[in-house]
Ligand binder design. Structure first.
Ligand SMILES: Cc1cc2nc3c(=O)[nH]c(=O)nc-3n(C[C@H](O)[C@H](O)[C@H](O)COP(=O)(O)O)c2cc1C
Length: 368
């Protein structure tokens, strides 16, 4: 008998038992009152679906493309630091799971395994996440290393240049390890050495709070990799991203780990999609826990979604196999939700499948 968990919440509960409390709190927690985190599930759960009958859904095609690259279904792995906190194989387990399931992965610049080694283990779509550093030389160097080692896009995280207050980490006196990606780099005093909390002063000091949208133009002059903006939460910024040559946008609030309180990403997705007006691909992360969440995000204009914390749950419970199973569960749930809604393929998922929503999610009128 298969005694594995049957959904992501069961994985979450098991992972909590297995991970040391400070690591668990680091992964699970958010900033200040964690209002953003609880609002995220409320928002998803407030959206009801409108199923259509007698559509031929015998064959369901879940595949799609992100920046022109095919993935088996619209899911990617979020950039998230230090997978070793969940499993000794760390990002190597993650990249093997993503490759086996043919979904995308964005490696965090805070990975436990050096970026070149992760790239050489990948057969999946693999992108690299970094920041606009105060030292443009570091920004450029990391972009070149990503390009040379085979990453096919560069994701710039915009919402982590200011240190947020994560009280669980403060209580645990949590020490963030250094990433080997920064080994040997000549950086300012303190550099990327281990330090307390998630966005330690030394690290925050390296990420530029001075950067403005034209930094994308500058970076585009230094690399041929397509640039992705992660952390967009408003239509205004969606428009600016497009104007500054960004090829894709991740609607993200860093899983409620940066600004708190702010909106759930699913609430602001329609606003960003409208502002971007098809000129860039739009993805969403934050609170994806069910296949139906994927369908909701796609119906509201996302091309794909990403998962963050669930990666750690899968890894903590059973390494590569655990994460593969997490992805499989999401794929199966997504596939059956598509079928039950009368949607045989990705192109058929549109806003008409979105029904009742709570006042949390305000949407333009549904088609009559
Ligand atoms: C433990 C952990 C570490 C993270 N590290 C990074 C990071 O290094 N870079 C980044 O852009 N986002 C990071 N994030 C944010 C995720 O990319 C993502 O926005 C968020 O986790 C999505 O929400 P979810 O966890 O509810 O799926 C991290 C998230 C977690 C949980």
């Amino acid at each position: 008998m298969d005694d594995r968990p049957i959904n992501l919440y069961e994985y979450e509960a098991l992972a909590k038992e297995r991970m040391p409390k400070p690591e668990w709190d680091f992964v699970e927690g958010g900033a200040t009152d964690e209002i953003t985190i609880s609002r995220t599930r409320q928002a998803f759960d407030s959206i009801m679906l409108r199923p259509r009958m007698l559509v031929d859904v015998d064959v369901r095609d879940l595949s799609t493309t992100v920046l022109g690259e095919r993935i088996d279904f619209p899911l990617m792995m979020c950039p998230a630091g230090h997978h070793i906190r969940a499993h000794p194989d760390a990002e190597l387990a993650t990249v093997r799971a993503a490759s086996a399931m043919d979904v995308g992965m964005i490696l965090s610049s805070g990975s436990s395994v050096v970026m070149e080694e992760v790239a050489s283990a990948a057969t999946c779509k693999l992108w690299y996440q970094q920041y606009f550093y105060r030292d443009r030389g570091v920004t450029e160097l990391m972009a070149h290393r990503a390009d040379e080692s085979g990453y096919s896009a560069l994701c710039i995280t915009l919402d982590a240049s200011i240190r947020s207050k994560r009280e669980r980490n403060l209580r645990n006196d949590y020490m963030l390890p250094a990433s080997p990606n920064y080994d040997g780099l000549e950086v300012s005093p303190g550099g990327f050495a281990p330090s307390s909390d998630d966005a330690p002063p030394a690290f925050s000091g390296m990420v530029s709070p001075k950067a403005t949208w034209d930094e994308f133009d500058w970076l585009a002059s230094k690399t041929d990799l397509p640039l992705i903006a992660k952390g967009v939460m408003t239509g205004e910024d969606g428009r600016l991203a497009v104007e500054n040559g960004v090829k894709a946008i991740i609607v993200s609030n860093h899983g409620g780990r940066s600004l708190d309180p702010t909106f759930a990403t699913i609430e602001v997705l329609p606003e960003v999609v409208e502002a971007v007006d098809g000129k860039a691909e739009v993805y969403l992360d934050g609170g994806i826990r069910r296949g139906s969440d994927i369908l909701k995000a796609l119906a509201l204009g996302a091309r794909a979604v990403l998962i963050g914390r669930p990666m750690f749950w899968g890894l903590a419970v059973n390494g590569e196999e655990g994460l593969k199973h997490i992805i499989e569960i999401l794929r199966d749930e997504f596939e059956s939700t598509m079928g039950l809604c009368g949607k045989p393929d990705i192109a058929s998922i549109d806003r008409s499948v979105i029904g009742t929503v709570s006042p949390l999610v305000s949407l333009p009128q549904f088609p009559s």
